[in-house]
Structures are given as C-alpha cells and as structure tokens.
Design a protein around this ligand. Structure first.
Ligand SMILES: [Zn+2]
Length: 197
C-alpha cells in the first residue's frame, strides 16, 4: 500500500465529489464515489451519511474488496457492495460515480433505455444506457446479477440507470467518470424535454 498514491487518489476523489455536487447531479448526503487503488484489491469510498462536499482526507474510507475497513472515520457507503462487485469483474474499471441525478431518475421511471440523442452523447457514450430495475433501495446479493450480467465476457458497460434511483458511471480515472455522469444527466434532461414537446 503506497501512502503517496493513496493520498493523491483521495485528492482526486475530493475534487470529483465537489464537482458532482456543484453540478447539481447530487444533493444532500446521497450518492457515492469510489476509486480502486490500481493493481490492488483495495478501494477508497465515501463514508455513509456524508455529503459529497464534506469528503476529506481523513474521512474517506479505505476498504478491501472483501469489505474490511483499513482506514477512515465512520462506515462505508451502503452501496459499497455494488462498487466492490463491479471492481472484481474487470481490472480496467478503477472508479465508480453513483448519484441521484433528478433528470436521469425522472427518465428511468418510464423508460427501459436512455438513447444517445445528442451528437456529444453519440461520441462519448456510443451505446444506449440501460435502465435496470432494482426493487430494493440498496443493491443486495439477491439482485446484483441484474447488473453483473451486463459485464460478461470482459464487456465494460460505461454506465447504467437504476430505476427510480440514479446514475452509475464507471471508468478508469475518477475525473472522467464524473464527467460521464454529468453527460448522462444532460442527455436525460434533453430527453425529458424532447419527450414533452
Ligand atoms: Zn443511491
């Protein structure tokens, strides 16, 4: 475990969390962000009950991919299980941004996919974003297969919507993953407006 690398990743984490909050894709204490330490089975994740704007070098949690807390105040986000299971699938995924973005949630209530209706979305997302219907408010072992089935054969699904819940974006660098979440929210907003015309 390299202290310098972990502290650098924490700084990237705080920057992405603040940007997500300031972009209004997450309010209050909801949502969560994680970063896997590249090449290791450990990850940084937001503490439960803490706002994106209140993440600090001291309270960001470091855990193993088996759920053992190594450092950080408080408890890991309730969605830590989802993050850990996605990291175990593919070594190229090193960051996950999950947020309760309002336009994306509105779109997910009545639709099965979010189409890449703008030119920018076509460029960056390439494929449709599926809406996955998870019954419980937190992902559990009983329902995780509904998500993991999209990652078979080394496929990396860049993002999906949880019905009535929000965005999950995955990627390599957390800054880019947060940008991706913003793009999905922008695409969902335009889609909602387009549908209402
Ligand atoms: Zn959530």
């Amino acid at each position: 475990m390299d202290r310098i690398i972990i502290d650098e990743l924490k700084k990237e984490f705080i920057a992405a969390a603040n940007r997500a909050y300031n972009s209004k894709i997450q309010t209050g204490t909801g949502g969560n962000i994680s970063i896997r330490v590249p090449g290791e089975d450990i990850m940084l994740i937001k503490p439960s009950g803490i706002s994106f704007t209140d993440c600090t070098m001291d309270n960001i949690i470091l855990t193993t991919l088996d759920g053992q807390v190594i450092e950080g105040d408080g408890k890991p986000s309730r969605e830590a299980y989802l993050h850990r299971e996605i990291y175990k699938l593919n070594d190229e995924i090193n960051s996950i941004v999950h947020c309760h973005a309002p336009w994306s949630i509105a779109w997910s209530l009545r639709e099965k996919v979010l189409d890449t209706i703008t030119q920018h979305a076509k460029l960056k997302l390439v494929n449709q974003i599926p809406v996955i219907d998870i019954i419980k408010p937190v992902i559990t072992e009983e329902e995780i297969h509904k998500i993991l089935c999209h990652y078979t054969n080394n496929t990396i699904l860049k993002a999906f919507l949880l019905k009535g819940h929000g965005i999950v974006a995955v990627g390599s660098k957390v800054r880019d993953t947060e940008y991706l979440a913003e793009l999905i929210e922008e695409t969902a907003q335009i889609s909602c407006i387009d549908r209402s015309m």
